[in-house]
Design a protein around this ligand. Structure first.
Ligand SMILES: Cc1ncc(COP(=O)(O)O)c(C=O)c1O
Length: 390
């Protein structure tokens, strides 16, 4: 296992994987653009003599700087980088999925992952089954002799249910089932689930790591034999992220903890204010004391982030909600999160997106990403959204 540093992760993230001595005193790594990487001798080309790098797709000093930093933050043995969060997830799934396998997914699965596992994995002879997100130890009832992977996402997309990861991992370990977690919300700074026994951590570095709404990038990391399998599959599948994006990943890490802190604080302030509004049936944010998942949050997470949901009363009119949202000054309407600007969206959970009725009141399901703006300005903007509903 990678050694854990004597520094707090928030300090480590500033310095990890920098090599100014090897780079003319320049702190940040260069952006290496490469397909060809020359060998010094034919013997080296044939692999009879060692070489640090042999082909651009397989790795460069730029990808290594990013992947080493991710390893250090998660205390992983290896981390692979891919061109998007979704491709990191799919690479990990393709590493393990074999014809005849049964794989379990939470019903609150991120929509694009759901599309891959329902529309593509079955073509390879994989039996895909969904379970209710808050099933916890009763996951045991879903396990079959051919279950090979238990996939976790905590909190779940759009509906924000937390999962009891230690309880679920214990059951998977007993049955020799590989566990994977989409940890994009928790991040390495607030939720290191490798230390809770999860085998593979997946994260969309698109969100808080790069942090400026201008990059798609993914990571998967693991320890021991899982790390080796992931590396092999990444090379076999030809997954490689672009050098500029990898560089922005390394650069983003240096400010991530500050950005996350501001976004988390803004998210909590907005969530608490929204909870007080008469039109709101529920706020979906595990860090709120009113959340049904708060005990798990307190036990497993050291912090939250700026993404949460809320449910507006079904007695409201869609046109009135649209008008209020269209008139927001700061919050923009758009997908993704983890960037600098605050966002608002609405989701309609169709039967294609959920097999089990989510455990929440009826109404309009809204999602806010709280960005880095001044908190009072954000509160005022969201207050005028609620005033416009009245
Ligand atoms: C929870 C979660 N996982 C993965 C992803 C995928 O990341 P990307 O858009 O880089 O493929 C997203 C993107 O919204 C996400 O919200």
């Amino acid at each position: 296992m990678a050694k854990s540093s004597k520094f707090d992760k928030k300090t480590e993230i500033m310095h990890v994987s920098l090599d100014p001595q090897g780079n003319h005193g320049i702190p940040n790594p260069p952006i290496y653009r490469a397909s060809t990487i020359l060998s010094e001798t034919m013997a080296q080309y044939r692999g009879e003599e060692p070489s640090a790098y042999d082909y651009g797709r397989v790795g460069t000093p730029t990808s290594r700087a990013f992947e080493e930093a991710i390893c250090a933050l998660y205390e992983a043995d290896d981390a692979i980088s891919t061109p998007s969060g979704l491709s990191a997830i799919n690479t990990a799934l393709l590493t393990y999925a074999k014809s005849g396998d049964h794989i379990l997914f939470p019903d609150s699965l991120y929509g694009s992952t759901r599309r891959f596992v329902t529309k593509m994995l079955p073509n390879y002879g994989v039996d895909v089954e969904f379970y209710p997100a808050r099933i916890d130890a009763a996951i045991a009832d879903y396990i079959k002799p051919n279950t090979s992977v238990l996939y976790l996402e905590s909190p779940g997309s759009l509906t924000f249910e937390l999962q009891d990861i230690p309880a679920m991992v214990a059951i998977a370990q007993e049955k020799n089932i590989t566990t994977m977690l989409d940890n994009t919300w928790g991040t390495a700074l607030h939720h290191n689930a490798l230390n809770m026994g999860v085998d593979i951590i997946l994260e969309a570095a698109t969100k808080y790591i790069t942090g400026h709404s201008d990059v798609n990038l993914g990571i998967a990391c693991a320890r021991g034999s899982h790390a080796k399998k992931l590396r092999f599959a990444t090379t076999a599948l030809g997954m490689c992220a672009g050098p500029e994006d990898l560089y922005l990943g390394v650069r983003g890490l240096r400010t991530m903890s500050l950005r996350l802190k501001q976004s988390e604080a803004n998210g909590l302030a907005l969530a608490q204010m929204i909870e007080m509004q008469q039109e709101v049936k529920a706020v979906l944010h595990p860090a709120l004391e009113t959340s049904p998942d708060h005990a798990i949050y307190k036990r497993d997470f050291t912090g939250s982030c700026g993404l949460f949901g809320f449910i507006l009363s079904p007695s409201l009119d869609q046109a009135v909600i649209d008008k209020a949202a269209n008139n927001l000054n700061l919050l923009q309407i758009g997908a993704s999160w983890g960037g600098f600007e605050s966002l608002i969206t609405q989701a309609i959970l169709t039967s294609k997106m959920r097999e089990f009725a989510p455990d929440m009141p009826d109404g309009y399901l809204m999602r806010i990403y709280a960005g880095l703006e001044d908190q009072q300005d954000l509160l005022a903007d969201v207050q005028q959204f609620f005033d416009a509903l009245r």
